[in-house]
Design a protein around this ligand. Structure first.
Ligand code: FCB
Length: 491
């Protein structure tokens, strides 16, 4: 396969096929992001907080899973992580020094309700109270996720996501947070990447709790998770003093056209929304229920024998008005129109650039996916996570030089700008991550931060990319555009 047939990321080629003339001319003139665009960065409780058992915190499934020999790279854990629980003041000051406008954080459910239901933990709630106040005082808008994978262990023992009662448990927890923080927090993304925490945690056994269940059980857990999503949206709307803006933080398989032909573009889009196999990541399987109030027809047909019973009223509960559609976007696979006319996923060519995680560099997803999602669901888009892991270290001159992160992020952001110029409403971008942190089963092998963390001393060093991002934010993206010439392919 000649290299020229693979694109995936070139504005010039894919963009020309994908966008109407209006969009192309808008791109040429694009010199900065729209006023009001929100520049942020993200992190999650278990990945940075540490203090696993401090001040009355209950255990989570990750506290348990990390103790299982061999479960995590080098048997590491989030017991201490970035010690953010104790160093939050310094971390907020760092965010402020970068000019961050928004910070996406998650609340550790077992820190505030140690057993998942029932008694609350005042010290845990105080921690988030203070953190939110400090962020606001620093001019940083908090965007709060209620569940970034640290399920209270006590709830796992009651069946976790397989127990339909989790809708009630999660709604009660959402009510608590809404009442406590909803006078100051306006933005919520209740669940982070259900596909991933159920797929990796309940089917593949790679993530906590480490189970390897049947696909039918996954579908049951998925339905319960969707119900929990709907119930939490209702709970937040009822409990928050200031009307909240609530959205998703979904993940999914991403596809880009293998060539610049209109056929391949159509094939990639079709594949993105289709349910062709029993994969657990299909986007429409999650978003159609949340936004349209029904599972996609092709999924219902394919999974007919394994779907759980859907009770009267379930789909109404799942479909709640949402204010934005948040997606985490990292990588993609190329798709072409196959010989039978159906979309065919093909490999990247040998030597195609990959990140430390071995995820292919695919900048055009920040243009294509928001465009497709907005066409189908009509909601404003938020980039809930985007970034890459690099094997960073502190150089002899005391700095952390990470030109790959700068190049990667600039390319992705320029593609995002193209979508915005074409009329796709994109509200915010959250870089993953503000700090290097505990990368789940991969332990501390991967560094995703704009800020380097020395885990032995807990010293923080702003990487070159952190300084670069500070300038991007300060200029509202102007520094990204340079000559306006299209990016060359990344290989
Ligand atoms: C996402 C997770 C986040 C982090 C990044 C690299 O899937 O939401 O916690 O692990 O990947």
């Amino acid at each position: 396969m000649p290299r020229r047939r693979f694109l995936g990321s070139s504005v010039a080629a894919v963009g020309a096929a994908a966008l109407p003339a209006r969009a192309r001319s808008a791109t040429a003139k694009m010199t900065e992001f729209p006023r009001g665009f929100v520049w942020g960065a993200a992190a999650a409780s278990y990945q940075i907080e540490g203090a696993a058992t401090a001040d009355g915190k209950g255990l989570s499934i990750w506290d348990m899973f990390c103790k299982k020999p061999g479960a995590i790279w080098k048997d590491q854990s989030g017991d201490v992580a970035c010690d953010h629980y104790n160093r939050w003041k310094q971390d907020v000051a760092l965010m402020k020094s970068l000019g961050l406008q928004a910070y996406r954080l998650s609340i550790a459910w077992p820190r505030v309700i140690p057993e998942g239901t029932g008694a609350t933990n005042a010290k845990g709630l105080d921690f988030y109270d203070r953190l939110i106040d400090a962020l606001l005082a620093a001019g940083i808008t908090p965007w709060v996720t209620l569940y970034h994978w640290d399920l209270p262990l006590a709830l796992y023992h009651r069946g976790g996501w397989l127990n339909r009662d989790i809708g009630n448990w999660f709604a009660d927890y959402a009510t608590l947070i809404g009442k406590r923080l909803g006078d100051r927090v306006r933005h919520f993304m209740p669940l982070n990447e259900p596909q991933v925490f159920l797929g990796a945690g309940l089917i593949q056994g790679r993530h906590a709790p480490g189970d390897k269940l049947r696909f039918a059980e996954f579908l049951l857990a998925a339905h319960n998770t969707l119900l929990a999503h709907g119930r939490s949206v209702q709970a937040l709307r009822a409990a928050c003093k200031a009307a909240p803006r609530i959205g998703t933080a979904q993940a999914g398989y991403n596809y880009v056209p293998a060539t610049d032909s209109a056929d391949d573009l159509r094939a990639a889009r079709t594949r993105y929304f289709a349910t062709p196999d029993d994969s657990y990541k299909q986007n429409a399987f999650w978003l159609d229920p949340m936004i349209r109030g029904r599972y996609p027809e092709d999924a219902l047909k394919l999974y007919a024998a394994s779907m759980p019973p859907i009770r009267a009223g379930d789909m109404e509960t799942i479909k709640q008005p949402l204010d934005f559609l948040g997606m985490t976007l990292y990588s993609a696979d190329p798709v072409r129109k196959g010989k039978d006319g159906k979309p065919e996923v093909i490999p990247w060519p040998a030597g195609y650039p990959i990140t430390g995680f071995e995820w292919a560099v695919a900048p055009s997803i920040l243009r294509l996916i928001p465009t497709w999602l907005h066409e189908r669901y009509k909601l404003p888009i938020v980039i809930a996570e985007n970034g890459l892991s690099v094997r960073d270290w502190v150089a002899a001159d005391g700095s952390v030089h990470d030109p790959d992160r700068i190049d990667f992020t600039a390319r992705y952001l320029r593609e995002l700008a193209t979508a915005i110029a074409a009329g796709v409403p994109v509200e915010a971008y959250f870089h993953w991550s503000i700090l290097d942190n505990f990368e789940w089963a991969e332990g501390y092998k991967h560094r995703f931060g704009l800020v380097y963390v020395n885990y032995a001393t807990q010293a923080r060093t702003v990487k070159d990319s952190g300084k670069w991002y500070r300038d991007v934010i300060a200029s509202n993206g102007r520094t990204l555009f340079g000559t306006g010439a299209p990016d060359p392919r990344p290989y």
